[in-house]
Design a protein around this ligand. Structure first.
Ligand code: PEP
Ligand code: MN
Length: 340
């Protein structure tokens, strides 16, 4: 259920409405907006009697939500969510957020060399894997806590915000100590205990689309996180599994406008995992910006041939710098024309 407050509703009236929701055993999610505040109600099994709320002071209307998601929708919050990590690092504010770095943190030298270029190119976010979900148990699975420490040093030295993946609850505890944003990878998009755990985190969450997930399943995964009270979520399209053999995954760029039509959450495009081939990364990154993505994720390595993971889809430092200037030019055109 959704309670829409009047434009003139006072804080006391909003607080009182929350109290009534909670007294019935439900959870109230207060979403302030530019013109009015809405309160999403979750925790109810079945229909709630709307008359509990309709006559409360400051309430404009109470609406039954028939869609499967209640919190991630534009019905609850017509204004777009801006995920703000501080120091000008924002996703969803109309700027183009660049989240770049190596697939895995391999050592301090490698990570710092990439971070230097990422910073120089104007990015505000640095990504690097500490805990790697690998298809084979014999592949390099990340340096764990040592990688987190390197990432924290990069944050201190370059002022970049750190995005890194957590594979389980214990990883989340560590990532919360060292990083700025928790990535939930494609393989864990439907790990509901993990989604609930990051839903209780204070850090924003980057939620990748599962490799065989429908749009609805992906948005419901975001709904899991929001239902726990964490409203700072960025969706990431990273390609889905199809019969195509010329790419690692098929990057579903139509997902970007599809998400934006339903949800207030920002959505970015991962052109690295979405293609798996470095020569395709820049063209698909350009396309991602053109379809309205709020940002891009790409993998960058000083020597892609020697990378311990995902070298085939990693850009060299030079390729990365060139890509950034190209996507920025496209973003300028798109935003100047008011298409975003
Ligand atoms: C990654 O970002 O390095 C990663 C493992 O991505 P995905 O979960 O999309 O495969
Ligand atoms: Mn990778």
């Amino acid at each position: 259920m959704l309670i829409v407050m009047t434009a003139a509703a006072t804080k006391a009236q909003i607080d009182n409405t929350v109290r009534v929701v909670e007294s019935l055993g439900f959870r109230a999610h207060v979403m302030p907006g530019a013109t009015r505040t809405a309160i999403g109600v979750t925790g109810n099994q079945g229909a709630v009697d709307l008359s509990h709320f309709e006559n409360l002071p400051g309430v404009a209307e109470a609406i039954r939500v028939t869609k499967p998601y209640k919190l991630i929708t534009l019905d609850l919050r017509p204004d777009r969510t801006i995920v703000d990590l501080g120091d000008g690092a924002r996703i969803g504010d109309g700027s183009l957020a660049m989240i770049a770095g190596p697939c895995s943190i391999e050592n301090a030298k490698q990570a710092f060399a990439v971070a230097e270029i990422v910073k120089k190119s104007g990015a505000k976010f640095f990504r690097g894997g500490a805990f790697k979900p690998r298809t084979s148990p014999y592949s390099f699975s990340g340096l764990g806590k040592d990688a987190l420490k390197i990432l924290a040093e990069i944050r201190d030295q370059f002022g970049l915000k750190i995005v890194t993946e957590a594979l389980d609850d214990a990883n989340v505890d560590l990532v919360e100590k060292y990083a700025d944003m928790i990535q939930i990878g494609a393989r864990n998009m439907q790990n509901y205990t993990l989604l609930r755990r990051v839903g209780r985190s204070k850090l924003p969450v980057l939620l990748k689309r599962g490799m065989a997930a429908t749009l609805e399943e992906w948005l419901l995964a975001a709904e899991y996180i929001m239902a726990e009270g964490n409203y700072n979520i960025v969706l990431c399209e990273r390609g889905v599994r199809t019969f195509a053999q010329h790419t690692r995954n098929t990057l579903d760029l139509a997902a970007v406008p599809a998400v934006r039509r339903i949800s207030h959450l920002p959505v970015i495009v991962d052109a690295a995992h979405g293609t798996g081939r470095s020569y395709m990364v820049t063209p698909l990154a350009r396309a991602g910006v053109a379809v309205g993505a709020d940002g891009l994720m790409v993998e960058v390595h000083c020597r892609p041939d020697e990378a311990l993971s995902d070298g085939a889809q990693s850009l060299t430092l030079d390729e990365y710098e060139k890509m950034v200037s190209e996507v920025n030019a496209i973003h300028d055109v798109i935003s100047r024309n008011g298409a975003l």
